[in-house]
Design a protein around this ligand. Sequence first.
Ligand SMILES: [Zn+2]
Length: 124
Amino acid sequence: MSVKGLWGAGVRAVGKTGSPGTGMAGDYGLAFVNPFAPRRASISDERREALRAAVRAHGDCDGATITLSELACRDQGCAEVETVILITEAKRQSRALRLHKRLSEVTETCIREAIDAGGLRTLE
Ligand SMILES: [Zn+2]
């Protein structure tokens, strides 16, 4: 098992061409890449719409606004991220589905299974 690539990925040295035009004396010569910053959820609009369609098909929520967010897991001591799917409707209380995985890992199947398992919770 290789750990190659796990280390040294955070802060990248920049060559002499880095930061042109800043004119700042004492340029650190480093790019500020925060390794702890949450990565932007990078799924296509098509995937996003397909996941919304899966929520609509199984969540009894035609016409609802469905918001897909990737957030830091709120469980104490957990460093993972979770995907929170929020269903907002004019005529009833908002509901949320938590999936303990990245948005890019969420599939139509796991949405259906989570809803079938009673994962949709009404927000107080
Ligand atoms: Zn967690």
